[in-house]
Unconditional design. Structure first.
Length: 139
């Protein structure tokens, strides 16, 4: 597995299969746009197949706060430590930031706690109509 922090050499066809359990998933093209617009990204790339196996993104003000909204590993690559490695690398990238929020589901909750993250309370607004990313606002 190769880990990289840029989109160099990455095309949308290398992003097939993500968001598989979403009812209205973003297309690989929209996924690429999501990665381009994130402040930081780390990709796990299967060098044999030239395919992205996992990714993590962060958005940040670069001073006091950052959020890690997406951490996903394709099903066929799970249970190999890739998600934990992606999160570890991203936390290292964000070192020095006062507050880092990670949105993680139950599968990754265990290694979030192993890495020193504390459960916290919060709230999330999910707009199911915007789930595919086809109508993202221009910032």
């Amino acid at each position: 597995m190769i880990y990289q922090k840029t989109l160099k050499g990455i095309s949308s066809n290398m992003l097939e299969g993500f968001f598989g359990d979403w009812p209205n998933p973003p297309s690989p093209y929209t996924h690429l746009k999501l990665l381009q617009n994130s402040n930081k990204i780390i990709l796990a790339i299967d060098d044999d197949w030239k395919h992205v196996a996992g990714f993590v993104t962060a958005v940040s003000d670069g001073v006091l706060s950052a959020s890690i909204p997406f951490l996903e590993v394709l099903p066929e690559y799970r249970d190999q430590g890739i998600g934990k490695e992606l999160l570890t690398m991203m936390l290292d990238e964000l070192k020095g930031i006062y507050r880092i929020d990670v949105l993680c589901g139950s599968p990754s909750q265990l290694y979030c706690e192993e890495l020193g993250l504390s459960p916290s309370q919060g709230a999330t607004l999910l707009d199911q109509d915007g789930q595919s990313g086809m109508h993202y606002p221009a910032f």
